[in-house]
Design a binder for this molecule. Structure first.
Ligand code: FES
Length: 163
């Protein structure tokens, strides 16, 4: 039995501890945002955050994840209340086929949690491990910029409210 903290909820998982996280998210927990692309840690479709760091969930066994904080796109917001990264990707129409987008959003979220105001070069560098075969990279770049501004504005509002 492995206990996983996913999006703030504890889950007791009764599968082989060598099972990659992606399979547990999709098959056991029915969290289908993270996608299977290559299964080899090469495309980024399966990217989720573990303790604020982006990881390829297709190659990460759940045995190393007890006590860690796992987040998926489902944890960033909901259809009715999308989070800032989700809103930015929608507003910039960053998706074409959309398959890579959940992984892109999680990598962007991880970047913005470490660097609230990244330069374009830093965004490109951070997003490089995630592939988009449709060619929407420029829209994705704009979405990450927009999300950074929205998150900084939200943080400013929270600071003002707390005064
Ligand atoms: Fe995990 Fe491609 S499916 S990196």
């Amino acid at each position: 039995m492995t206990v996983l903290n996913v999006n703030g909820q504890q889950h007791r998982i009764d599968v082989d501890p060598r099972t990659p996280l992606l399979y547990v998210l999709r098959n056991e927990l029915k969290l289908n945002a993270a996608k299977f692309g290559c299964g080899l840690g090469q495309c980024g479709a399966c990217t989720v955050l573990v303790d604020h760091e982006p990881v390829f969930s297709c190659i990460l066994p759940i045995s190393v994840l007890e006590g860690r904080y796992i987040r998926t796109v489902e944890g960033l917001g909901s259809e009715g209340r999308p989070g800032p990264v989700q809103r930015a990707f929608i507003e910039e129409q960053a998706a074409q086929c959309g398959y890579c987008i959940p992984g892109m959003m999680m990598r962007a979220q991880g970047l913005l949690e470490h660097n609230a105001s990244p330069s374009d070069a830093q965004i490109r560098d951070a997003m490089a491990p995630n592939l988009c075969r449709c060619g929407t990279q420029m829209r994705i770049l704009r979405a990450v910029r927009r999300a950074a501004k929205a998150m900084m504005a939200d943080a400013g509002t929270i600071r003002e409210t707390a005064k």
